[in-house]
Design a binder for this molecule. Structure first.
Ligand code: PLP
Length: 440
């Protein structure tokens, strides 16, 4: 049992109230309450140090830094230290992961290789209201194959009056529609509701029905424990700036299961996917690295790789997912308990139809096994100004969560740097924010 009042890692730089615009606070020099690691994780001192080192190598060695590097991270091999750490985080082997590109780019690359619709098997199954970038990617991929997104994309919706998906409903659709589904592609943890889908059983069912199964791990990586290899996931894509803390727009990653490594997958090739032994001989014909790294296209940005290496080093030092998850379950459970004590809390099943009373509910599942760090608060009455007013109040009070239209504020205690005090403070400020909204 760890002390929830002390951060798991003291390596993080927490912004101060003045700098985040917390104008209601008189203690501008104090740290803000940052509960937004689901959107952009905080900077670690290790990331800052590694990036500074790269800038220095660039300044002092120029192009020589590609092959000769004082910190033993020559830029031609700068992802070598990343891959084993990513593999451990994702439950994969090193050849199954590649540090590259951005999430949406990687999603398109993976769909290009793995989404091969036929006359009879052409559908993509996903959750309703997936992250917009994913929706656009799915629709444009369908169009690129001459398909109508309206018939090619199959979405699973919550039942009437519910906010999250039931595993049984997802499995049932795969059972019924499986023969027409080419690709099952959900997010591991849903960005809006915070629901962690039962990834292993969904993957198993999809495979049993002959579908390819991929995952978008934007909100799952660094948040919940994953065993992509053992779960027999075909491919996955992720960004690293949320729970992995690599910095805004940080370099992303993908996973391709080992069983595909012997199968020559069509790919949009680039020189960085070519075997290292002959890459710089510049041969005219592409000879891919075996495994996920054969999908690499461009030489990676050494600055963003350095930031990611710093972030992963901190996670490794903190004990990787077992430690992070243990603490995450405790912190999120504590925040939930505090929020439910509010006079404004309404259980999700008791939301009045045409209510006018100000309040909030939590739409994220209650079972820890069906969620990660994030709690999604839905403000009432629905479609009112409550969410806006409360979010603005939180921000001005130095409590950083984030809002998602129409009515949701997401709060995510990140196990690496948040504490029980952060949760207590956020719950307190939320209460005064709701009183403020009620009296407005
Ligand atoms: C954050 C997020 C993205 C962001 O995509 P980028 O390509 O990194 O800009 C995409 N999909 C999901 C599900 C996300 O949560």
């Amino acid at each position: 049992m760890t002390d929830l009042n002390v951060p798991l890692s003291d390596d993080f730089i927490v912004p101060i109230n003045r700098d985040v615009g917390a104008t209601l606070r008189t203690d501008g020099e104090n740290h803000c309450t940052y509960l937004c690691g689901n959107s952009l994780g905080l900077q670690s001192k290790t990331s800052a140090e590694f990036v500074q080192e790269e800038l220095h190598v660039w300044a002092t060695r120029g192009v020589i830094g590609h092959f000769s590097h004082p910190h033993n991270r020559p830029w031609t091999k700068c992802c070598d230290d990343i891959h084993p750490l990513l593999a451990e985080l994702l439950g994969a082997n090193e050849m199954e992961v590649a540090c590259m590109g951005t999430l949406t780019n990687n999603l398109h690359l993976m769909m290009d290789s793995f989404y091969k619709p036929t006359q009879t098997r052409f559908k993509i199954l996903c959750e309703v209201r997936a992250f917009p970038s994913d929706q656009y990617a799915f629709a444009s991929q369908a169009l690129a194959h001459g398909l109508d997104p309206a018939t090619a994309i199959l979405e699973v919706s919550p039942r009437e009056g519910e906010f999250t998906l039931r595993a049984e409903d997802i499995l049932d659709i795969i059972d019924r529609e499986g023969n027409s589904i080419a690709l099952v592609l959900f997010s591991g943890v849903q960005y809006y509701t915070g629901q962690w889908f039962p990834m292993e059983v969904i993957t198993k069912k999809a495979k049993a029905m002959g579908c390819v199964c991929g995952w978008d791990l934007a909100h799952a990586a660094g948040n919940v424990p994953l065993s992509l290899h053992d779960w027999d996931v075909d491919f996955a894509v992720l960004c690293t700036y949320k729970y992995i803390n690599s910095g805004p727009g940080g370099i992303a990653a993908l996973f391709v299961h080992e069983k595909w490594h012997e199968v020559e997958k069509p790919k949009f090739a680039g020189w960085w996917g070519h075997e290292l032994s002959t890459r710089f001989a510049m041969p005219p014909t592409f000879s891919p690295i075996r495994g996920a790294q054969g999908f690499q296209q461009s030489n990676p940005s050494a600055l963003t790789v350095a930031a990611l290496l710093g972030a992963l080093t901190v996670i490794k030092k903190a004990g990787m997912m077992p430690r992070l998850r243990e603490r995450s379950v405790q912190l999120t459970g504590a925040l939930e308990k505090l929020l439910k004590q509010s006079q404004y809390f309404v259980p999700p099943s008791q939301i009045p139809q045409n209510g006018t009373k100000i309040g909030f509910t939590i739409i994220t599942p209650e079972e820890p096994s069906a969620r990660g760090a994030q709690l999604s608060l839905l403000f009432l009455p629905l479609g009112s100004e409550t969410m806006r007013i409360v979010h603005d109040y939180l921000l001005r009070s130095g409590v950083i969560g984030d809002e998602r239209e129409p009515d949701v504020i997401r709060l995510a205690p990140a196990p690496l740097y948040n504490t029980l005090k952060d949760c207590e403070h956020a719950a307190e400020v939320l209460e005064t924010g709701l009183i403020f909204a009620e009296n407005k």
